[in-house]
Design a protein around this ligand. Structure first.
Ligand code: IMP
Ligand code: MG
Length: 180
């Protein structure tokens, strides 16, 4: 696995430190409205981030699961975002925090946000571990961002290429010759 990486972009200790900071930021932003927060992770890329983040949140919260898919194996954007599994909980009048691994073109997050809006939540905020600054659209702002990164394809810490590398603990740049 390691030999497939060009370089490590964000080492594991830096990720952990930043995730703890993000959790403090989230708790401070919601304040008294923390309790009962509904977290909606975008599967599967956010799973490792989600697991670390929620263990740093010192209040009662729920998780609502839904799966959207955009990248079908290849590393380039293509086709519409697809709803694979719909949300399994009622979010009416609840504060919702969408958690995703990376804000790239924003198509996935926009589609998820629009799906959730129909269900009349009290509010919707967006939390991403990574944001590709060069590509992130100006009309889709994330409320919480872990790291701004350059426009490179990254894997590890939940992020995959063709289903692999999610279990790599650091975030690394995949060797360009490995993807089509
Ligand atoms: P967007 O819809 O273009 O913003 O793409 C966001 C989704 O594409 C993320 O939730 C990821 O699952 C995937 N994605 C985007 N960039 C990368 C990357 O560098 N590595 C792995 N997955 C990525
Ligand atoms: Mg994703």
């Amino acid at each position: 696995m390691e030999q497939d990486l060009d370089r490590i972009l964000i080492p594991r200790d830096k990720i952990q430190e930043r995730v703890r900071e993000m959790a403090r930021g989230i708790a401070a932003t919601y304040g008294d409205e923390c309790d009962g927060l509904m977290i909606v992770p975008i599967l599967a890329g956010s799973i490792i981030f989600l697991a670390d983040l929620i263990r740093c949140l010192p209040f009662k919260m729920g998780i609502g699961l839904m799966t959207m898919s955009r990248y079908r194996g290849a590393t380039t954007t293509g086709g519409d975002t697809q709803l694979i599994h719909d949300l399994n909980v009622d979010i009416k009048n609840r504060h919702v925090l969408i958690v995703d691994d990376v804000l790239d073109s924003g198509g996935t997050l926009r589609a998820v946000r629009d799906q959730l809006r129909h269900r009349e939540p009290a509010s919707i905020r967006i939390c991403v571990l990574l944001r590709k600054t060069a590509r992130a659209p100006k009309d889709l702002l994330a409320d919480f961002v872990g790291f701004d990164i350059e426009d490179v394809f990254v894997v590890g810490y939940g992020l995959d290429y063709n289903g692999h590398y999610r279990n790599w603990p650091d975030i690394g740049v995949l060797r360009p010759e490995l993807y089509s």
